[in-house]
Design a protein. Structure first.
Length: 64
């Protein structure tokens, strides 16, 4: 799944920390364009997919 997050709302540090917290159950590829961080998540095993809202909540947690 590919998700996009606005750079004006989240820091790069929050993105990296949130991504790291999911490396135990997913492969995560990070990219960006001028306005957005682009997060491509591929699950390692069959199971619950990391939803955009779940990842976004983790980014918020890492921002505070």
């Amino acid at each position: 799944m590919i998700y996009r997050f606005n750079k004006s709302l989240y820091s790069k540090v929050a993105l990296l920390k949130a991504s790291y917290n999911y490396t135990n159950k997913a492969y995560i590829h990070l990219d960006s364009d001028e306005d957005y961080y682009i997060v491509d998540i591929e699950m390692k095993k069959d199971g619950d997919l990391v939803s955009e809202k779940e990842f976004e909540n983790e980014m918020l947690a890492q921002s505070v």
